[in-house]
Design a protein around this ligand. Structure first.
Ligand code: FE2
Ligand code: FE2
Length: 249
């Protein structure tokens, strides 16, 4: 298993591992994001069993003990399974997550006390980088769900939003909505709830220029338009409408 590194925005690196055995023949990617600054931040720990791969990959960019923040989107093995492995090799690192997630899971799970982040709270990690945590409860799944927005590069680290199959290039300007709709049809991974569309449209107001997908390529382009289109599809699912002809299999 190889973990590849790409800089998808200024000072933001994607560590990507492709697993062909998941949803073959397309396969599936697991991506972590390292945001460089005086206080480097890792978004998603990766699976516990992928820790050696991710540690080796991150070591090609910075020494792992320099990590200061370890954040993630929601409590699940690929998002935070290797939390304690990272904490063990990064003595200055603090886990950071939303207040709900800290209360429900992280305070117990993590070997070091977490920093709870209020909805919209910013951590200034230096080097011009500022990361904002935004609550997105149950979107796409997990009571504790949230995303991270890096303000200087306008990069939205989307977690599982826009999940897609396959191993596209690291950074694309192509369609990320159609493949996400197709993956939802296959995996049914989202907790369909009435507030989803509104939550996702709220993210569009950030006008992201880069969407960093946990499972899929990163997208460079009109992030707000993509988020609006994804929100529309969730509204359709929640209301029980049939897919448009162009999307019907
Ligand atoms: Fe997830
Ligand atoms: Fe995930």
């Amino acid at each position: 298993m190889e973990t590849r590194i790409s800089e998808i925005a200024g000072g933001i690196y994607r560590l990507s591992t492709y697993v062909p055995e998941i949803a073959p023949p397309a396969g599936f990617t697991f991506n972590q994001f390292l945001v460089l600054g005086d206080e480097p931040l890792l978004f998603h720990t990766g699976l516990r069993k992928m820790f050696p791969n991710n540690r080796e990959a991150l070591s090609r960019i910075i020494s792992p003990e320099r990590l200061r923040w370890i954040a993630y989107g929601h409590f699940e093995a690929d998002e935070c399974g290797a939390m304690n492995e990272w904490l063990a090799i990064a003595p200055q690192a603090t886990p950071a997550h939303g207040q709900t997630g800290c209360m429900v899971s992280l305070t117990d799970f993590a070997d070091r006390a977490p920093r709870p982040l209020a909805d919209g709270e910013v951590i200034d990690i230096g080097g011009g980088k500022r990361v904002r945590f935004i609550d997105t409860p149950h979107t796409p799944h997990g009571w504790d769900a949230g995303v991270l927005f890096e303000e200087s590069t306008q990069t939205l680290m989307c977690g599982d939003l826009f999940t897609q199959l396959g191993d596209d290039k690291a950074l694309t300007d192509g369609d990320v909505v159609g493949p996400a709709i197709a993956a939802e049809d296959i995996f049914k991974y989202s907790s369909l709830c009435p507030g989803m569309g509104t939550t996702i449209r709220g993210l569009a107001a950030l006008a992201p220029r880069t969407l960093a997908l946990m499972h899929g390529p990163s997208f460079a382009g009109d992030g707000a338009a993509a988020l609006h289109a994804l929100a529309d599809d969730y509204d359709r699912r929640v209301s029980g409408q049939a897919p448009p002809r162009s999307l019907a299999g």
